[in-house]
Design a protein around this ligand. Structure first.
Ligand SMILES: *Cc1c(COP(=O)(O)O)cnc(C)c1O
Length: 496
């Protein structure tokens, strides 16, 4: 198992940077410290847990004697996020404070791990990105280039890290939606060719030239301004021509390409590096519309060549088309959603082995027994049967856990599924553990701090982004982005 270091210092839960403290570690450590405090009175003279508790305003638990020997992994009062006054010392510059009161060490404060500050996060498995990219590459004839599409922060997975993984797996180019997305990659030191998949506003022309970012072009006005700006400082103006073959979103209409090229190609600085189109129905069961678009595109390319125009790198296929239609791979393919591990349609299931890169995690923040008949969450729409514990997790629709999933999806705890119950709130959601469920490990006993999978797989249990997309009548793209572009912390792991 390998893992790269992160700006925020986390390397995932399976492998931790020295000093990283998970809730579980914190529990063990705090218990050890609690034991130690009986002898170590410290400079502030704390003598025992009762006194500590009194000073910090805590409730004194009924049981204060530490457990003997290796006890169960549960805290004495079911809480795994204990924090003791002695812990404050490492966040102070002068431990004793002084005349003017305590001096906080803001660097130490900033080092408190994100996942310990908020018990909800996503994990992105860069090994899966690498695997998926390689799997797609194996579908390509030798010499066909692969563009990794990392727009919208790599569909919420983190553009820079995903771009690096894809490039290390053999991707040749990167595709983005905006100039700022391209600049982020350049600022991270990525040198691969980058194509903006739409024509940007002309105010970005200096940025395109400065950062060597290739625009898509389909208006003569932009083409000429871009060319003249480049020419004025002795640079070339490389671009890809976008052809509209039927999707009717952006591009020069297929039957106007020759005329368009005549209008712009007089300019010496303009350099046609590639010609591409985009399919509207590559994921649809019916192939007729796809075939019409493919035919228009092939004819357009042939016509360009007949007129002596070199179309450069010819590309058309998105994930669906890459997997379903090898005949449209041309010189390059543009891989998006399947790089992140998602199938776009049943027709692609058997063809390729994809691994979802994103999982969504949380820790339980409260556990309660709700008397039979009482309601749970806004609207009290879920009613307790009385044989369950209602557990709260601290993520909600502000984190991409969409409200429309309320009462329709499961979470995974201890390798088994439990139903999410009640309305999903903005910042929190509840799920129910049926206490009558017996498992090989004994009775289920959820505790504060226990880890829950909102999306992911454990044992035989799996909750997928595809499942959520189906329930919400949308596509996995939107669900990934919902979690990935939210305020959830993002942790990169690499399992393969
Ligand atoms: C987003 C995008 C892609 C990638 O599509 P997927 O379906 O995610 O593979 C390819 N080409 C263009 C022009 C795009 O905008």
């Amino acid at each position: 198992m390998t893992s790269e270091d992160l700006p925020n210092g986390f390397t995932g839960f399976s492998q931790r940077r020295p000093g990283f403290v998970s809730a579980g570690d914190a529990l063990r450590r705090s218990r050890a410290e609690r034991d130690a405090l009986h002898v170590d009175t410290g400079s502030r003279g704390f003598r025992n847990t009762e006194l500590q508790a009194a000073r910090s305003g805590w409730q004194v638990p009924n049981v204060v004697k530490p457990e003997q020997g290796p006890g169960p992994e549960k805290s004495l009062w079911g809480k795994s996020n204990d924090f003791f006054p002695a812990d404050m010392r490492k966040y102070l510059r002068v431990p004793e404070g002084g005349e003017s009161g305590p001096q906080f060490d803001y660097e130490a404060l900033a080092d408190i791990p994100e996942v310990d500050k908020r018990w909800a996060w996503i994990e992105v498995d860069l090994g899966a990105i690498h695997h998926n990219t390689l799997a797609v590459k194996q579908l390509l004839e030798p010499g066909v280039k692969l563009m990794a599409v990392v727009k919208a922060d790599a569909y919420g997975h983190g553009a820079v890290r995903c771009a690096r993984s894809a490039l290390s797996a053999g991707a040749d180019q990167l595709g983005v939606a905006t100039v700022d997305e391209a600049i982020e990659l350049r600022d991270a030191g990525i040198g691969a060719p980058i194509l903006v998949l739409a024509e940007p506003p002309s105010a970005t022309i200096p940025l395109l030239l400065a950062y060597r970012i290739m625009p898509s072009v389909y208006t003569a006005e932009f083409a000429v301004q871009y060319a003249e700006a480049a020419d004025s400082i002795g640079l070339r103006a490389p671009y890809h021509l976008k052809v509209n073959t039927g999707m009717n979103r952006i591009g020069v209409r297929f039957d106007e390409v020759i005329e368009f090229m005549r209008r712009v190609s007089f300019h010496r600085a303009l350099e046609l590096v590639g010609t591409f189109t985009h399919f509207a129905t590559a994921d649809a069961p019916d192939t007729m519309e796809f075939n019409i678009q493919a035919t228009h595109f092939v004819e357009t390319i042939a016509e360009m060549r007949a007129y002596g125009i070199d179309p450069g790198i010819v590309h058309a296929a998105n994930s669906s088309a890459i997997i379903r239609y090898p005949e449209v791979h041309f010189d390059m393919v543009r891989l998006g959603i399947s790089m992140y591990g998602y199938y776009t349609c049943p027709e692609t299931y058997g063809v390729i082995d994809l691994i979802p890169a994103m999982s969504v995690h949380a820790r339980i923040t409260q556990v309660k027994t709700v008397p039979v008949g009482e309601g749970v969450s806004y609207g009290l729409l879920h009613r307790s049967g009385g044989f369950s514990k209602i557990c709260t997790i601290p993520l909600g629709y502000a984190d991409g856990y969409q409200r429309g999933l309320s009462d329709r999806i499961d979470v995974i705890m201890d390798g088994s599924k439990h139903p999410q119950v009640g309305t999903i709130c903005m910042d929190q959601a509840m799920f129910e553990v049926d206490l009558r469920t017996r498992r090989s490990t004994g009775k289920l006993d959820p505790q504060i701090g226990d880890e829950v999978l909102v999306v992911g797989a454990a044992g035989n249990a799996v909750v997928t982004i595809d499942e959520m997309a189906d329930l919400l009548d949308t596509v996995p793209y939107e669900i990934c982005l919902g979690f990935g572009r939210s305020r959830l912390a993002r942790i990169f792991t690499s399992s393969r």
